[in-house]
Write a protein that binds this ligand. Structure first.
Ligand code: GLP
Length: 251
């Protein structure tokens, strides 16, 4: 079992500031060289403070997103992009509407495709990441079952962007957003574990006491499909940030 470097911060805001500062430094360095920055982005409650800080850096400190290219991890299936429950809506609401990333440089899996078009879409998504030069930085949250993106337990190390079935735990946790568990989509399109592990830098953020149990498992279990986040042990440049609540039961 390899150790994943992890940092314990006082609170979620401190993590948001630290990680936003790292992303901002990367974007500024790339901008100065006239190069693009390719970001892999996540949804959920966890990154909201981080996106707020990136918006502040754009507004108050002139952080320029014009050369940033983004690829989101996942989207529910089926899902219309203009639905308020979509990750399209989430990303625009929390980040894209407030910074200057050109629309043509934003990529989010399309949950509105007919089923027969999904496989080609997923292959093209992988290709676009490659054509952009690969992910410079991948941001991750974590599900209470250890999923990263929507790579649920059972997801293989070599998995790629694909249609996945959502776990019962995941659907239960999303019930509030959809007005009942029965209304939560049963599937999603998600980048794979291999797609994520190819990023040159990975940061996983876990905050709040609900994440304490899974974080203990992630840090003390060998890499396996049972807890997809353990695959970060196979990456040379990954860091996990936890707040004291998510760290509570760590030993
Ligand atoms: C969803 C997303 C994940 C995210 C997880 C945790 O399942 N697909 O990418 O990490 O939720 O969400 P939260 O940050 O709200 O705990």
């Amino acid at each position: 079992m390899t150790h994943i470097p992890f940092v314990v911060a006082e609170n979620a805001q401190e993590i948001a500031q630290t990680v936003a500062a790292e992303i901002a430094a990367l974007i500024r360095e790339r901008n100065a060289e006239g190069r693009s920055t390719v970001l892999g982005l996540a949804t959920g409650n966890t990154p909201i403070l981080l996106y707020r800080e990136l918006v502040r850096l754009h507004r108050e400190e002139g952080l320029d997103f014009s050369r940033v290219i983004t690829f989101n991890l996942d989207e529910y299936y089926p899902m219309q992009p203009d639905s308020s429950q979509s990750y399209h809506y989430f990303m625009h609401h929390h980040l894209f509407d407030h910074v200057n990333v050109p629309a043509s440089q934003i990529h989010i899996p399309d949950g509105s495709l007919p089923r027969e078009a999904i496989a080609d879409f997923c292959a093209a998504y992988e290709q676009k990441i490659q054509q952009a030069g690969g992910l410079d930085f991948q941001l991750l949250g974590i599900g209470e079952n250890g999923h990263i993106g929507f790579n649920e337990p059972g997801s293989a190390r070599d998995s790629r962007t694909r249609l996945v079935r959502l776990d019962a735990t995941t659907r239960r946790n999303a019930a509030g957003d959809f007005g009942g568990e029965d209304l939560v989509p049963r599937e999603a399109i998600s980048m794979g574990v291999a797609t994520i592990l190819e990023a040159r830098r990975i940061v996983l953020i876990a905050t709040g006491s609900k994440k304490a149990t899974i974080m203990q498992k992630v840090l003390h279990s060998a890499a396996s499909s049972d807890i997809p986040a353990t695959f970060l042990q196979l990456h040379e440049n990954a860091t996990i940030y936890v707040d004291t609540a998510a760290h509570a039961s760590l030993v």
